[in-house]
Ligand binder design. Structure first.
Ligand code: UGA
Length: 431
């Protein structure tokens, strides 16, 4: 199929590259000419393992191209995918300005029948709105469909090439067969549904995963008080197929560009139809307070934090990404600065982005995990990067001022810490 993808962020770029990888002709469009120039030179604007190799392979095979010429891309394509951002407005609602702009431009550029698929996460009813905007700008016939995206940063390519399921929100039944065929190279698990259900499936899935995380985080807080071990509890729970073992890792809470934004948006969507989503509101509240457990643990072991030197391992909201959007590290670092601590920060790849967001004389930027530990009164591990799992823990006692390790992601086992001389505190596990 000839496909145009509008927006070269995570969803757009990864989808475009993966559609090309399975044999389609894909043209990725972005209004940002500098970004397009970089992409043409095989430089990805996002950090995602494996993306540049796939870009190169498909560009060389002639199946993938990048342009800032939207009209040209639309005229040569049968399927137009909208994958522009829907950031949060201050009240939590999704900002649809980029979507509306894209719909208007698509309408203006259409020269024949097109299928327009929305991959951006949009509130229920938005695709009808998109349909209206396009219709106001064209006399051509077209169909709008909703194909929500479920990829995760850091494993986006694998998630796209081998998804658990594809959801096709379709109103025109004649589109079910060609769109199923298009996605069959990825999986046979294809669920055709109404557009409104497809829009809701995306929000409900992210909200449910966020709920699992806040649930296990609350269980971990209780475990700490009753002397149980949350990793054992999660394992025992997860063996029940009805519960499932994933997204039951306790820690400092979820961050990223999706869960915080989509939970807020779903609360707003419910509120707009006079429904108070009480459960999800609690999920969000639990998540906001969970990150401060790190601070309480630091204070419990060090007393007042003013003048103390704290090493921070990990700043990105999760491993394998340089994304710091809504990362728990932001509020943790800001709180520690306010408390008068001196900080030694290290992250394998997210330091530059973090520095653009927060730079302060109390921060020292380090080149590796050991440097961040050197001279520190405590280390806080905030992101579960593989690199931290292999730090020789027994060396820490020789370089740290006080040998305190607060493991915010339960990366280390008791056995790994035993005999290292470290005072080790994790989440929801006996000290
Ligand atoms: C999430 C969803 O997992 C994807 O399915 C979805 O497509 C995407 O949002 C989106 O809407 O675009 P992502 O935000 O990339 O993907 O990251 P996740 O792997 O889901 O992790 C989110 C956060 O939850 C991270 O901060 C992670 O550390 C935290 N987490 C995850 C936990 O604290 N515990 C867990 O057990 C799992």
């Amino acid at each position: 199929m000839d496909i145009a993808v509008i927006g070269t962020g995570y969803v757009g770029l990864v989808s475009g590259v993966c559609f090309a990888e399975v044999g389609n002709n894909v043209i990725c469009v972005d209004y940002d000419e500098q970004k397009i120039e970089k992409l043409q030179n095989l430089i990805s604007p996002i950090y995602e393992p494996g993306i540049e190799q796939l870009m190169e392979k498909n560009l060389n095979a002639g199946r993938l191209a990048f342009t800032s010429d939207l009209a040209q891309a639309i005229s040569q394509s049968e399927l137009i995918i909208i994958a522009v951002g829907t950031p949060s407005l201050p009240n939590g609602e999704a900002n649809l300005a980029y979507i509306e702009q894209a719909a208007m431009e698509i309408g203006k550029a259409m020269n024949s029948y097109k299928i327009i698929a929305t991959k951006s996460t949009v509130p229920v009813g938005t695709n009808e709105h998109i349909q209206m905007i396009i219709a106001m700008n064209t006399l051509q016939s077209f169909d709008v469909v909703s194909i929500p995206e479920f990829l995760r940063e850091g494993s986006a390519i694998d998630d796209t090439l081998h998804p658990d399921r594809i959801v096709l929100g379709i109103e025109n039944p004649s589109l079910a067969a060609p769109l199923t065929e298009l996605h069959r190279s990825f999986t046979d698990q294809i669920f055709v549904t109404s557009i409104r259900s497809a829009e809701m499936i995306k929000y409900a899935s992210n909200a449910f995963l966020a709920t699992k995380i806040s649930f296990i985080n609350e269980i971990s807080n209780i475990c700490e008080k009753v002397g149980a071990d949350v990793t054992e509890v999660a394992k025992g729970m997860g063996q029940d197929k009805r519960i499932g073992s994933s997204f039951l890792s306790a820690g400092i809470g979820y961050g990223g560009s999706c869960f915080p934004k989509d939970t807020d948006a779903l609360i707003q969507i419910a509120g707009n139809v006079d429904y108070e989503f009480q459960l999800l509101k609690s999920v969000v509240e639990v998540n906001k307070s969970q990150r401060y457990k790190v601070i309480s643990k630091l204070e419990a072991s060090l007393g007042p934090l003013s003048g103390k030197s704290i090493g921070i391992w990990g700043l990105s909201f999760k491993p394998n990404t340089d994304d710091i959007r809504y990362a728990p590290s932001i509020e943790i670092v800001e709180t520690l600065i306010r408390a008068g601590a001196r900080l030694k920060l290290y992250d394998p790849i997210a330091m530059e982005k973090f520095r653009e967001r927060i730079d302060h004389p109390a921060i020292q930027w380090c080149e590796n995990a050991l440097e961040a530990a050197t001279g520190s009164d405590a280390i806080c591990l905030l992101t579960d990067w593989e690199e931290f799992k292999v730090v020789p823990l027994s060396q820490l006692i020789f370089v740290m001022e006080q040998p305190i390790l607060i493991d915010g992601r339960n990366v280390f086992s008791k056995e790994q810490v035993q005999g290292t001389g470290l005072k080790y505190y994790s989440v929801g596990r006996p000290d």
